[in-house]
Design a protein. Structure first.
Length: 602
């Protein structure tokens, strides 16, 4: 390998520094929302020790009009100071300085990501009476290192084009990931060469890996009249196979895991399974990494992936295979009122799955195989010829190129319509809210269907730069309210799958409230109004007006109560992504803490 030039080494160091800075933002975001704010340990412009404050903070105050955010670490006696552009009711701060740590008898010291992570994890260990979480510290480091790789490989051009080409660019544009997650880009147990080969952030594409499976060993389900294997075959190349076998693709990252399973090794040795290797045209990983897309095809492949991404191993659990297909069928048959009432909403159903099942094996081995090979088919919408679908997570996220894509989009809308940026932002947000909020509330309050409308599950259909359609995906994560979906309506689901989709009223609101208001809309508002507090307040007022409009058009008692709660200034349910990791909870065991509402108490 040739030595780097000084210019290359300098550029690489800058990219590594940017990755560290992004990790600092994510850690501060998490800690402020999940710990400091609920504990009353967050203050703006507290004069404590002001004379000794670092010069960088004083300069930010004088030159940028910044405010100083003070985070108290009550167990350790430390404080963290950092300059922010302005207050934020939802704690989406625009940080304007490096953080500094210090306190009584402790001089202020600049904190890089490692020092900050150690300080926060030590505080949380003391707070929860646990040992220091070395595993999480290593995962944060892994996320920083990989983010640096992604920054290096990210195209600097912000113009994604139009149509499906733009859609693909948006799916592969999440270089920084979730802004309120402590390890947004961690990928564990995988060598760097594989990460570079299979990561969407680097524009990856690759062939599928195929195994030949005897027909009697296939497991499949479809809620359509066409079998799952037939739906899958339409997406795949024709392969020469021995009689009695069918070709089943897996993510190439998963092939090594599959070959290491004892039942697979025995089946390969006996000829029960055949390893065909890679074949066909390239597929592209989307933002979730495991879901693959090929332009021109009418479906996505949601592969099982035994890789831990952020908090979860991204396998398709056996009961999730069943629930994805079962829920897609139920929604298609029993929830037509949703898309009839909101014709600009399109659900992206998952009508079938295919996998392997050795029925002569013990139950544990059967489940292991089902989850290793499990493949869910997701239908692609029929996007209009003049439509540009973009992933919401890419629109409302920072980019190595600078501004968030939604800011560029709104600036283009303003120029095209002869508007100022503020008026264009309000117009854009009004359209987005109506496309997103109204159908999600209708599904929850009238139909008892609990969608997960977070930024990676929402695709926005744009015409002339305005949202005109909305696509909801990942129906495997959809839940149902038992009062409206008793067991007799779910007879086609097994008891385990049925239990996995039931959510009571409180959990349902926590899930929708977090995904819709905090994960999605709060990020949209932050990026639309990043430099403008007045615009931010106006955007929240527009949301309030839209909620009132929804109630007049579609409301019932359930929505009346929830909307009154939201507009009355009650705190919002915030998912604890950091505390999940600190306390080593599974993602499905997430708890929620109150986040201050941007709506004042009446």
């Amino acid at each position: 390998m040739s030595a780097q030039s000084p210019a290359q080494a300098f550029r690489r160091q800058r990219q590594h520094d940017e990755a560290g800075a992004r990790s600092i933002i994510a850690l501060l975001n998490c800690y402020c929302r999940e710990v400091a704010s609920p504990a009353g340990e967050l203050q703006l412009d507290n004069p404590f020790g002001q004379r000794a404050w670092p010069l960088a903070l004083k300069h930010a105050q004088r030159a940028q009009g910044a405010r100083v955010l003070q985070i108290e670490l009550s167990r350790s006696g430390y404080r963290i100071l950092v300059a922010v552009a302005r207050p934020s009711p939802t704690l989406n701060f625009d940080y304007r300085s490096q953080p500094f740590g210090g306190g009584f008898g402790k001089p202020w010291q600049p904190l890089d990501w490692q020092a900050l992570a150690r300080l926060l994890l030590s505080e949380l260990a003391a707070r929860y009476r646990q040992s220091f979480n070395d595993e999480l510290l290593a995962q944060i480091g892994n996320s920083v290192a990989l983010m640096g790789e992604f920054i290096v490989g990210t195209p600097t051009a912000m113009d994604w084009g139009q149509g499906e080409a733009a859609y693909l660019r948006s799916e592969q544009a999440l270089s920084f990931g979730h802004a309120f997650h402590p390890t947004p880009k961690s990928r564990e147990g995988i060598d760097l060469a594989s990460i570079r080969r299979y990561s969407p952030e680097l524009g990856a594409s690759f062939q599928l890996h195929f195994f030949a499976v005897r027909r009697e060993d296939l497991l499949q389900q479809s809620h359509l009249e066409v079998e799952g294997m037939e739906l899958l075959r339409r997406q795949l190349p024709a392969l020469a196979l021995p009689p009695g076998y069918q070709a089943l693709p897996v993510h190439p990252w998963q092939a090594g895991h599959i070959r290491a399973l004892a039942p697979v090794q025995a089946a390969l040795a006996s000829g029960r399974l055949l390893d065909l290797g890679p074949a066909g045209e390239d597929w592209y990983p989307t933002a979730s990494v495991r879901t693959l897309y090929q332009p021109g095809r009418d479906g996505f492949l949601k592969c099982s992936l035994h890789v831990r991404l952020t908090n979860c191993v991204r396998k398709n659990a056996w009961y999730e295979l069943e629930s994805a297909v079962g829920l897609s069928g139920l929604l298609a048959r029993q929830c037509r009122a949703l898309t009839e009432t909101f014709p600009s909403l399109t659900l992206m159903p998952e009508p079938a799955f295919v996998s392997v099942d050795f029925r002569d094996q013990p139950q544990a081995q059967r489940i292991e195989l089902q989850e290793a090979f499990g493949l869910i088919l997701r239908q692609k919408p029929c996007w209009g010829a003049d439509e540009t679908p973009l992933l919401a997570g890419a629109l409302f996220g920072d980019s190595p190129a600078g501004e968030a894509p939604v800011q560029r989009l709104v600036a283009h809308l303003a120029a095209a319509r002869g508007l100022g940026y503020r008026d264009a932002a309000l117009l854009w947000f009004d359209a987005y809210v109506e496309q997103l909020v109204h159908p999600v509330l209708y599904a929850l309050c009238r139909l008892g269907v609990v969608f997960e409308p977070h930024l990676q599950n929402v695709v926005v259909g744009l015409r002339e730069d305005l949202p005109t359609r909305l696509y909801l995906r990942d129906l495997e994560g959809t839940k149902l309210v038992p009062e409206l979906w008793p067991a007799e309506r779910l007879t086609e689901l097994s008891p385990r799958a049925r239990d996995s989709v039931w959510y009571d009223a409180e959990k349902s609101w926590q899930r929708v409230g977090y995904c819709l208001l905090i994960n999605n809309l709060a990020q949209a508002v932050f990026h639309l109004a990043r430099q403008d507090g007045d615009l931010e307040r106006s955007l929240w007022r527009r949301l309030a007006a839209s909620l009132e409009l929804y109630q007049r058009r579609h409301g019932n008692g359930r929505s009346a109560g929830l909307i009154a709660q939201v507009l009355g200034g009650e705190p919002w349910p915030n998912k604890t992504n950091l505390l999940n990791r600190v306390l080593k909870r599974a993602d499905r065991g997430s708890e929620y803490v109150p986040l201050p509402s941007p709506f004042p108490n009446p």
